[in-house]
Write a protein of this length. Structure first.
Length: 239
């Protein structure tokens, strides 16, 4: 059992305090907001490094929410510990993304079926080739069903997960030419960590700005738009 390895260096929870399904967001304050808005009787299980984590129930199912920080190295640490030390079976990431497609606008949802990247994260696995990180199909299908049920505009496909937010040599145009829908910073590590242990993972993003039109969200619009994505994530998690 993994309980001998808990608490970890980054998560202060005891074994059993985290549900087997976790919804994660980069911003720990967004995790706090989700706990307060969606969970019944949320209990704080982690405050190490301010990376807040809570466990409660949603429609009768036990679910946890937690922050994962920014970038592949950060989400890689937290998801590795959740999968390997707390026996988490499913992680759904909810985050923001920049549109790289003319039909994706602020507030729209993107389901990351696959995740391209400029990261070297996969090198550790010593694979003789290029690994293609992909979502769990059942989670992906459930997410699409929930989005359609609610009438949310969405697209499904490849995202580009970059290690560089301020890129000295922007490559967005080349990724757009390959049909990539949006840019974010975390999905491949989540998908690879899940694959390594046979767990399930899905990344859902809300478009917060567009690399094509230049449109951006205000802080208020971002708060309201992100609720749609969260509703979908909790609906999937409670199935």
């Amino acid at each position: 059992m993994s309980k001998e390895n808990t608490p970890t260096a980054h998560i202060g929870a005891k074994y059993g305090e985290i549900a087997d399904t976790v919804i994660m967001a980069g911003d720990p304050l967004r995790a706090k907001m989700m706990a307060e808005r969606f969970l019944e009787n949320p209990v704080l299980y982690n405050n190490v490094r301010g990376m807040l984590g809570y466990t409660g129930t949603y429609h009768g199912k036990r679910i946890s929410v937690q922050g994962h920080g920014m970038g592949i190295p950060s989400i890689a640490i937290y998801t590795y510990e959740l999968f390997n030390f707390y026996d988490v079976k499913t992680i759904i990431r909810v985050g923001s993304a920049g549109s790289m497609h003319k039909d994706l606008h602020v507030g729209d949802l993107v389901f990351a079926m696959g995740a391209c990247t400029n990261s070297n994260f996969a090198d550790q696995f010593e694979l003789r080739g290029t690994y293609a990180p992909i979502a769990d199909f059942d989670l992906l299908r459930a997410g699409v069903e929930e989005a359609e049920k609610r009438g949310f505009h969405y697209m499904v496909g490849n995202v580009y997960s970059s290690d560089t937010f301020y890129d000295a040599n922007p490559m967005a145009k080349k990724w757009m030419e390959m049909g990539v829908l949006a840019i974010e910073m975390e999905a491949p590590a989540l998908y690879m960590n899940a694959a390594r242990v046979g767990a399930r993972a899905l990344c859902i993003c809300t478009i917060s700005d567009s690399l094509i039109t230049g449109e951006e969200t205000t802080a208020e619009e971002r708060q309201n738009n992100f609720i749609n994505m969260m509703e979908v994530a909790f609906a999937i998690a409670s199935r």
